[in-house]
Design a protein around this ligand. Structure first.
Ligand code: DC
Length: 223
């Protein structure tokens, strides 16, 4: 098969990463989780005490951008300046602040440039909010995933509990609702269904069924 890019966009916890991992495994592609890139920068800012409760030192974070390098290791885990920080970035604490970073154009440009570099050689599945609309608008295969906020909350709540995080269902629901609002109303690259995207619902589908459907759509499109 000729090199190609698969983009997957959708709201938080709509099942993008699971589908992306499945497709990457099936096609032997690299999986780039673009949300992990925004989370990595957020975690870094929090560690440096530039972001947190009553703390918003965005100018200082901007001045550090030229010293920051985001990458993915061979297991597709995000790295910041050479260090794998995958475990830390999935907390509700990081989720609370990540949309603040993601709505700033200067951070978006930094990420989009890097995402284009990471995807330039093709054979990549990239998931996020603006991948099919802004980062790779000409991608051959674009998916848009949908699921209700209740299904997404239940999914994220179970994931966090399995990791041992002490969170309530309501906290997770409120965080998703707030991020949905910020992500879809921000001025720069809001979450939208990209032109020509194939819409898939992860509402009732098992991840196996969803993956089979996506593979089927890709094969149809490329035959
Ligand atoms: O997919 P996620 O929940 O890990 O993403 C974390 C945040 O990053 C999300 O609230 C919005 C932001 N994001 C974005 O603005 N653009 C992307 N391409 C990916 C994520």
């Amino acid at each position: 098969m000729k090199d190609f890019i698969i983009t997957i966009d959708g709201a938080s916890s709509s099942g993008k990463s699971t589908l992306a991992k499945g497709l990457a495994k099936h096609f032997g592609f690299k999986h780039i989780d673009s949300g992990a890139m925004y989370r990595a920068l957020t975690q870094y800012a929090m560690e440096l005490q530039l972001l947190g409760e009553d703390c918003y030192k965005i100018k200082e974070l901007i001045s550090l951008l030229p010293t920051i390098k985001i990458d993915f290791n061979s297991d597709d885990f995000v790295m910041l300046n050479g260090k794998v920080i995958e475990g830390k970035i999935r907390s509700l604490e990081v989720a609370k602040y990540v949309s603040i970073i993601a709505k700033e154009s200067i951070f978006r440009k930094f990420m989009v440039d890097r995402q284009r570099e990471l995807g330039e050689r093709g054979n990549v599945v990239m998931d996020g909010r603006d991948i099919g609309s802004v980062v790779f608008p000409k991608a051959e295969i674009k998916f848009f995933l949908e699921a209700s906020i209740d299904v997404r909350t239940a999914r994220r709540f179970t994931e966090l509990k399995e990791k041992g995080d002490v969170v309530s269902y309501k906290e997770v629901y409120d965080n998703l609702a707030k991020r949905d609002e910020i992500d879809s109303t921000r001025l720069d690259s809001p979450l939208v269904k990209p032109t020509n995207a194939i819409v898939l619902s992860s509402q009732e589908s098992t991840s196996e069924n969803l993956l089979a459907k996506a593979i089927d759509e890709i094969e149809k499109k490329r035959s």
